[in-house]
Design a protein around this ligand. Sequence first.
Ligand code: TTP
Ligand code: MN
Ligand code: MN
Ligand code: MN
Length: 389
Amino acid sequence: PIPTNLEQLSYLSKYACQRASPLICPNQELAVELDILKRSRGLEGEERSALSYARAISVVKAYPHRITSKSQVQKLPHFGVKICSLVEEFLDTGEISEARSIASSERFKTLSDFSSVYGIGPNAAQKLYNLGLRTLEDLEIYYGVDPTDIETNLIKLENEEAPRGSTRRSQGQKDEPGESWIKVALGLRNDLMKKIPRTEAEEMSRIVMQELDAIEPGCVSTIVGGFRRGKPEGNDVDIVFTHPDGGMVKGLCRQLVQRLHERGMVTHVMHLSSFHGPNPLRTAHWDSLEKALTVFTLPKSSPLYTGTRRRLDLIFAHPDVYWTAVIGWSGSVMFQRDLRQWAKDKYGMKFDSSGITRRHDSKPFYPKTEKEVFELFGLEWVGPTWRNA
Ligand code: TTP
Ligand code: MN
Ligand code: MN
Ligand code: MN
């Protein structure tokens, strides 16, 4: 059931941060069907179209009743002519024919598989497809990966990012890791494709905290990402850390990664960024926290040890911006996007994972709890399990 403070919430709001979005919604089949179109547009590089679908899907996710009539559909926000007609087709036939034909197409399956490899984005996936490659085994041969020899792909530390490969996307888009990471990721794919159960995520967090405690006692952390939104399993584990004494945070991320590496738990580091502190001049939202994107294996001493390698993201925040970071990294992506938009439109504020500032004078705000973040923006509290927008 929807929490009482959210019952009155307008599920017709155009902002996802005002809507209650459960993990599984009353119109889940429709959301799944539209998601195929969204993913296909993304894989074809049609970002604007993909975003339109993403918005419509997130509206469907918050709709608290079973949609049965066309009149219900027409008043939904972010529902343009095209989406309305697709939903009407779904109401009439129980499916969307375009989604069915995409889902069964070789191109969609191949592009999905290729872009599931860390380091391969839509552009690279299309290029590989155009070369005639169709399966991940084809990619292994193309990149010359020996699947039995992943240990030769050594850990990267000291801000050494992988060399930029030919697969880099055009300017203005997010950087992609280079070819050497694609080889690493291909070598690890059998492990990284496996879903991580919640119990294992919790065990990973416990062990990481134990190691962190040996470096700097008194740190606190929250498991964020999909697990915080209630997903029973995830593709990776995301953890945000801080220390009540802000002076202790700087450099901790690197020290922790180093220690986990020495103890055989972290085998690969895809990205290790340094602390910049909230800086209104920086436009890159995700880069002003200390973070490490890694590959992690539980130690043999753990009762949950299987040897399976897992993606683990570690994010370190100054205590002033801890709750902002927790909200930012809890997602969903659409919930964050609209929270940022809301803060800008209604309050003239800039919100991102690394801090909240007022736009006209760059005054920073430091909410002391997660609830205070919502209060600051005049929003009803939306618990993390209702942020699956
Ligand atoms: P992800 O781990 O990419 O996604 P997820 O945890 O929602 O789902 P999955 O089970 O597939 O891992 O990202 C976690 C959240 O963090 C995401 O909802 C948005 C946010 N995020 C950032 O703030 N910065 C980043 O650089 C990335 C990649 C994500
Ligand atoms: Mn995650
Ligand atoms: Mn992650
Ligand atoms: Mn970066």
